[in-house]
Design a protein around this ligand. Structure first.
Ligand code: NAD
Length: 498
């Protein structure tokens, strides 16, 4: 069993803390590593190194930064398989899904390779007689990222490539449940020529997070995780004057109208509900079956759910792996039980699944619960497992009202052949990311990712143009180079153009 250490200033270190946490292989249920859990002194050490590195990196030319980013892109691209295996072994997701997450992270790196264009300012020649006005953006300093277990490579990549391309230095605090991918990525940054100290990884739990939130030399915090922690991060980081974006949890609804191609909808609903064992912030966890669509849709979804091949992530035959921990499995199974007790109809029950040869793995099978009411726990809780709750609605407006009554507003989708209904939906829902016949509408890297309401605290979405804006601050210069004979004539009036 190896010990996973911090990466500070371009080398691994055990740090000062003696605390450690277990890292499991969810497919076998066995502990495979231990990870060091930082003390505040370890966060201090990483921030000190990052602060010193900022002096040089913030002055690096755009072409030098782009060159490092391109090198990093090549290395990540060449190591997708390695990264996918690391992710699968600690998270549990199947290899193809893990490779997909790395691919979506790569797209953010590719976006960040365009930093010379992204940081172009604006220029107004002769804004006033002999006066020019121009704007540009500068990096903030040391930025921190605090990330969840469910995308151990992609979610950090929503942050650090953009922050670093903008000239910042970075301290990443990944999830302590699957920490290895971040260390692997750290070495790739170094290999790409990033100066030591620009990218650092501090492993830990609440103690490390609180030290980040309190640290006076951290300028900005990006967080992705559950809603209660997102709210806490936003409050605490704002209170210490930091810029903060905190993305929270979700309950993503997909509406299926009777005019939809039901087979297509059922296929995509199944994939969106059970892919990655439902441990995606953009998973569809609630289906809203409208009118006559209901019964036929339930037949199709139940059949497809029962056909999903569940097994270890490393087995290429597996379509869905285990969930991340035994505690997660127990919580998911208990919520399924509550649905049954509260009167919902369990069409497919994934509890108690045993995978031959992996009897101690943290497996829960795909589960479909019909006739769910909005007051039931399976509806109000973010289950974060392979459970699709189905609510029935009379028409599209009732379905939109249901979505808008939900405290979350991350993603949503509609399946329909009606352009009119789709347009009513896209304009009517209070949700940040919307799919039309697309169940998991994760925006491309050159757009920004973010939900509304309890799915995001702070005003900036992540990566894309809003990411560049988040990791930089603007300057506007008003400049005059007077001809000697025009040098006089200053006035106490408020300046207006002349
Ligand atoms: P989590 O909130 O438990 O943990 C996220 C991070 O916060 C981790 O690094 C963890 O160490 C830290 N943390 C946990 N408890 C803390 C505490 N009490 N104080 C300070 N820090 C704490 O989330 P998770 O279980 O790792 O990930 C799943 C959650 O993340 C789900 O709710 C999911 O919807 C959400 N998520 C959201 C998005 C999005 O884009 N909105 C993306 C991915 C995941």
């Amino acid at each position: 069993m190896s010990t996973i250490e911090h990466w500070i200033g371009g080398e691994f270190t055990a740090g000062r803390s003696t605390r450690k946490g277990p890292v499991f292989n969810p497919a076998t249920g066995e502990q495979q590593h231990e990870v060091v859990l930082a003390a505040p002194a370890d966060v201090d050490a990483a921030v000190a190194v990052a602060r010193a590195a900022f002096e040089e990196w913030s002055q690096a030319s755009l072409s030098r930064r782009a060159k490092v980013l391109f090198g990093f892109r090549e290395l990540v691209n060449a190591r997708v398989k390695d990264l996918a295996e690391i992710i699968s072994d600690e998270h549990g997701k199947v290899l193809s899904d893990a490779a997909g997450e790395v691919q979506r992270g790569l797209e953010v790196i590719e976006f960040a390779c365009g930093i010379p264009s992204l940081l172009k300012g604006s220029y107004s020649d002769q804004a006033s007689t002999g006066v020019d006005v121009f704007s540009f953006r500068e990096p903030l300093g040391v930025c921190a990222g605090i990330t969840p277990f469910n995308f151990p490579a992609m979610v950090p990549m929503w942050m650090h490539p953009v922050a670093i391309a903008c000239g910042n230095t970075f301290v990443l605090k990944p999830s302590e449940r699957d920490p290895s991918a971040s260390n692997y990525v750290a070495r790739l940054w170094q290999e790409a020529g990033l100066p030591d100290g620009v990218f650092n990884v501090v492993h830990g739990d609440k103690e490390a997070v609180d030290a980040i939130l309190r640290h006076p030399d951290i300028a900005a915090v990006s967080f992705v995780g559950s809603t209660p922690i997102a709210r806490y991060i936003h409050e605490q980081a704002s209170a210490t004057g930091k810029r903060v974006q905190a993305l929270g949890g979700a309950k993503n609804h997909a509406i299926v109208l009777p005019d939809a191609d039901l087979d297509f909808a059922a296929q995509h609903l199944t994939a969106a509900a059970f892919g990655s064992a439902g441990e995606r912030c953009m998973a569809i966890s609630a289906a809203v079956a409208v009118g006559a669509a209901g019964d036929a849709l339930m037949d199709l979804v139940s059949r497809k759910a029962a056909e999903v091949v569940v097994g270890p992530g490393r087995d290429p035959r597996s379509e869905m792996g285990p969930v991340v921990t035994a505690a997660a499995r127990d919580r998911i199974e208990s919520l399924i039980g509550s649905g049954e007790q509260q009167g919902a109809k369990l069409l497919v029950d994934g509890r108690g699944l045993r995978v031959p040869g992996h009897e101690n793995g943290f497996f829960v099978g795909p589960t479909v619960i019909d006739q769910v009411q909005p007051t039931m726990d399976v509806y109000t809780e973010e289950i974060f497992g392979p459970v699709l709750s189905v609510v029935r609605a009379d028409d599209v407006d009732a379905a939109i009202d249901l979505i808008n009554s939900n405290p979350y507003g991350n993603g949503t989708a509609i399946f329909t052949s009606s352009g009119e209904a789709a347009r009513r939906f896209q304009r009517g829902v209070h949700v940040g990311m919307i799919g039309i016949n697309v169940p998991i509408p994760v925006p491309m890297a050159y757009y920004s990712f973010g939900g509304w309401k309890d799915s995001l605290f702070g005003d900036k979405h992540i990566h894309g143009p809003e990411g560049v804006s988040f990791y930089t601050r603007g300057k506007v210069v008003t400049s005059r180079w007077p001809h000697v004979s025009h040098a006089s004539g200053a006035s106490l009036h408020f300046p207006t153009a002349s």
